[in-house]
Design a protein around this ligand. Structure first.
Ligand code: NDP
Length: 592
C-alpha cells in the first residue's frame, strides 16, 4: 500500500495533465505565496549556513556521547609501514558495513573501521530519540537482507531494529576485530614513498592503510542554531542526536512534571513531538518552517508473506525498483517530445501543488484550532524540504499540553535563562531540545585529507568539487568517497550506498588481482564526470524557488558542480558499469 503511495508521490512530479484541472490562476496565486514565504525567510537569515554553529565552546557539553558508558582508555595504535590494513573506513555506518561485506566476498581480510561512536551504526547509533524510525520501506532500506537472511519486523523499521541490524552485519563479517571506536580521524595523508595512507586520530593513533574509504555519512555532524543567549539557559538541554535518557527516563516517564521546549520541526522533531506530547507536562514547539506531513502506512511484517520469500528476494526487489525508474525516465522522455519544456514544468508544478494542497487539507481535517492548523501548513513545493510521514504528529497539536509557537519564518533568535524568547515573550521551560539538524555532506568532516604533492582536498575543491562518480578524485589514489556530492540522489540512500560499495569493492579487487599498488582516476575521466554533473544540474529554477533548507544550500547560490548528479539513478548505475568495463581508460594504475 505504502509503496503504491510512494509511487503516486513520485508521479506528482511527472508532467501528466489532469482532466479536471482548476484554472491556471489558482496555481499561479499559490506559487506567488510560495515565493513570498521564501523571500520572508531569506530576509531573516544570514547567508547560507552562517546561522548554524557547532556543538562547541560554551555548548560543547551537548556533543558528549550519552550512549557510551565510559570513554574507554586504550594505547595509541602505531602501525609500521610493513603492518598496514588493506582497507580503512572513516565512519562505521551503513557505507562501511555494506562495502565491507562486499570486500569480504572479494577476499579482503584486513578491514578497520574507525568510528566516533562507541559502536557501528552511524546515524542509527546516534539517533536514538523516542520514535526514531526510517521513512523508507524497511525491505528496501535495510541493506544485505539476503546475505543476513533477515526480514524486517515492520514495513517501516524503527531505530533500534536498524541499529541491531548494523551490529549483526558487523558481527557476521568480523568487523569488530579491528574496529576502533570513540575515535575521530583528524588527518588522512598520502605517503608517496610507501604508497600508503597515513591516518592520525584524536587518540594519538598513527595508522596506515592501503585503501581509505570516506564513509562519514551525509548528515553526521550535529549543528545548533546560532541563538543569542543560548549558553545562559538555566535548564537542561540536548540535541536530538544525543538524547539524554537518564534525564527523561527510557519511556519518558520522568517528564510528567517537566515543561519541554523543542526548537525545529524537521524530520527528527516530527517523530519526537508526539512522544513528548504523551508524556511531558507541557510542550512548546518552536517552529520556523513547517514540514509536510503525509500519511504513514505502517504494519507488522506478516509471517505468511515473509515465509514465502525466496533466496535473493531483496536483490530482485531492488532490481525491480531500478527498472521502474527506467520506465519512468522513458515515459518522461516520450512526453518531452510532445510538449514544450515550459508546459512540462507547468504541469509538474501544478501536480506538485495539488499534492501539497492535499497535505494542507489533511491538516485542516485533523487540527482543531484553526490558527494552529494554518500555521502548520507548508507553503513551498513538495520536496523542497524532506517530506515527512506521520499519523500522530498533527493530532498531537489537539492536546491541551502541546503549544505551537510559530515564528513565521523568523526562527528563535534569543534564549533567556528560562527559555526561548519570541515576540517579547519568554517561554519558560525546564528542558530545551535542539532539533536543529546536521551539517551536510562534507567529505573531510573533522578530518584534513591531503593527497599527492601535498594537495589538500579542501583546496582542490576551492574551485568546485571534482570527482568521478562522486567516488574518486584525481590526485588522491586509493581513496574512495561514499554518499557525497556528485553522486546520484536516491530517496533510499542505501540503494546508492550499495551501488557505490559494490563499485569500491570491485576497484579494490581489480587492483589486487592485477597486482597494482594504486588506483587513481585520470584527470580526463574526472573532467568527463564534472561536465556530466553540470549538464544535468540547473535545468530548472526549482532550487532557486524553493524555501531555504539543506536541500538547496539554505537558499544560497552555489556552483553548478557542487551538488548531486541529477541524471537519474539508472543512468548512474549504467555509468558505473561502463567505467568498470573499461577500467584502464578511466584510471591510472601503478605497481611495484
Ligand atoms: P533538519 O535540518 O531537517 O531540521 C532542522 C529544523 O530546525 C528545521 O525545521 C529548521 O527550520 C529548524 N530551525 C533551525 N534553526 C531554527 C531556529 N533558530 N528557530 C526555529 N527553528 C529552527 O534536521 P532533522 O534532524 O529534523 O532532519 C535531518 C535529516 O535527517 C532529515 O532531513 C532526513 O534526511 C533525516 N531524518 C530522517 C528521518 C526519517 O526517515 N523519518 C527521521 C529523522 C531524520 P527551517 O526549516 O526553517 O530551516
Amino acid at each position: 500500500m505504502a509503496e503504491e503511495k510512494q509511487d503516486k508521490f513520485v508521479m506528482n512530479f511527472e508532467a501528466t495533465e489532469r482532466p479536471d484541472r482548476p484554472p491556471q490562476g489558482y496555481y499561479d496565486s499559490i506559487k506567488a505565496k510560495f515565493a513570498e514565504q521564501r523571500e520572508l525567510r531569506l530576509g531573516y537569515r544570514p547567508p547560507g549556513t552562517e546561522m548554524y554553529r557547532d556543538l562547541d565552546g560554551a555548548m560543547a557539553d551537548l556533543a558528549r556521547d550519552p550512549y557510551a558508558d565510559d570513554w574507554v582508555g586504550r594505547d595509541a595504535i602505531v602501525d609500521s609501514k610493513d603492518d598496514v590494513v588493506d582497507v580503512l573506513f572513516i565512519g562505521g555506518g551503513f557505507s562501511a558495513l555494506l562495502t565491507s561485506a562486499r570486500l569480504r566476498e572479494q577476499g579482503v581480510e584486513s578491514i578497520r573501521i574507525v568510528e566516533r561512536g562507541a559502536d557501528v551504526g552511524g546515524t542509527w547509533y546516534w539517533n536514538r530519540y523516542p520514535g526514531v524510525a526510517c521513512d523508507v520501506v524497511a525491505y528496501d532500506y535495510l541493506p544485505l537482507l539476503d546475505e543476513m537472511n533477515y526480514v524486517p519486523t515492520r514495513h517501516y523499521a524503527q531505530g533500534p531494529e536498524i541499529f541491531a541490524h548494523c551490529q549483526a552485519i558487523a558481527t557476521k563479517y568480523d568487523l569488530y576485530d579491528l574496529a576502533v571506536f570513540q575515535t575521530t580521524v583528524t588527518s588522512t595523508v598520502w605517503d608517496e614513498e610507501s604508497e600508503q595512507w597515513h591516518i592520525t586520530t584524536d587518540r594519538g593513533d598513527s595508522m596506515r592503510a592501503k585503501f581509505v574509504v570516506c564513509a562519514n555519512g551525509t548528515l553526521a555532524k550535529p549543528r545548533l542554531a546560532r541563538i543569542d543567549g543560548m549558553e545562559k539557559f538555566s535548564g537542561h538541554s540536548f540535541h536530538t542526536s544525543r538524547w539524554d535518557y537518564d534525564l527523561t527516563g527510557p519511556d519518558l516517564e520522568n517528564l510528567g512534571n517537566v515543561r519541554v521546549g523543542i526548537i525545529g520541526t524537521g524530520a527528527s522533531a516530527v517523530q519526537i513531538i508526539p512522544n513528548l506530547g504523551k508524556h511531558a507536562k507541557s510542550v512548546h514547539v518552536f517552529q520556523r518552517t513547517p514540514s509536510s506531513i503525509d500519511i504513514r502506512d505502517d504494519w507488522e511484517t506478516k509471517d505468511e508473506w515473509a515465509s514465502k520469500l525466496e533466496d535473493g528476494w531483496q536483490s530482485r526487489r531492488r532490481a525491480k525498483i531500478v527498472s521502474k525508474l527506467r520506465e519512468q525516465a522513458e515515459r518522461k522522455a516520450t512526453l518531452r517530445g510532445g510538449i514544450t519544456r515550459e508546459e512540462k514544468i507547468r504541469r509538474q508544478e501544478n501536480n506538485n501543488i495539488d499534492a501539497m494542497m492535499r497535505i494542507h487539507k489533511r491538516i485542516d481535517d485533523t487540527v482543531e484550532d484553526e490558527a494552529t492548523a494554518d500555521a502548520l501548513k507548508p507553503w513551498y513545493m513538495l520536496m523542497c524540504k524532506r517530506p515527512c510521514f506521520h499519523n500522530e504528529y498533527l493530532p498531537t497539536f489537539n492536546r491541551p499540553n502541546v503549544h505551537l509557537v510559530d515564528t513565521q519564518g523568523e526562527g528563535i533568535t534569543e534564549i533567556g535563562t528560562s527559555g526561548p524568547i519570541f515576540a517579547g515573550v519568554e517561554y519558560e521551560v525546564d528542558l530545551l531540545i535542539y532539533a536543529t539538524g546536521f551539517e551536510v555532506q562534507q567529505t573531510g568532516i573533522y578530518n584534513r585529507i591531503v593527497g599527492e604533492h601535498g594537495v589538500d582536498l579542501d583546496e582542490k575543491y576551492d574551485e568546485g568539487i571534482r570527482t568521478m562518480l562522486g567516488i574518486h578524485t584525481a590526485g588522491f589514489p586509493n581513496l574512495f568517497i561514499m554518499g557525497g556530492y556528485q553522486a546520484s540522489f536516491q530517496f533510499n540512500l542505501t540503494d546508492l550506498l550499495q551501488v557505490q560499495g559494490d563499485h569500491i569493492a570491485n576497484c579494490v579487487a581489480h587492483a589486487r588481482a592485477e597486482g597494482y599498488d594504486t588506483i587513481d582516476v585520470t584527470p580526463e575521466a574526472e573532467e568527463w564526470w564534472v561536465q556530466e554533473v553540470i549538464a544535468y544540474r540547473g535545468t530548472t529554477t526549482r532550487n532557486q524557488e524553493c524555501t531555504p533548507g539543506y536541500y538547496n544550500f539554505e537558499g544560497q547560490e552555489n556552483r553548478r558542480q557542487d551538488g548531486n548528479y541529477n541524471g537519474g539513478f539508472p543512468a548512474y548505475i549504467d555509468h558505473i558499469a561502463a567505467v568498470e568495463a573499461d577500467m584502464d581508460s578511466r584510471f591510472v594504475f601503478t605497481s611495484g
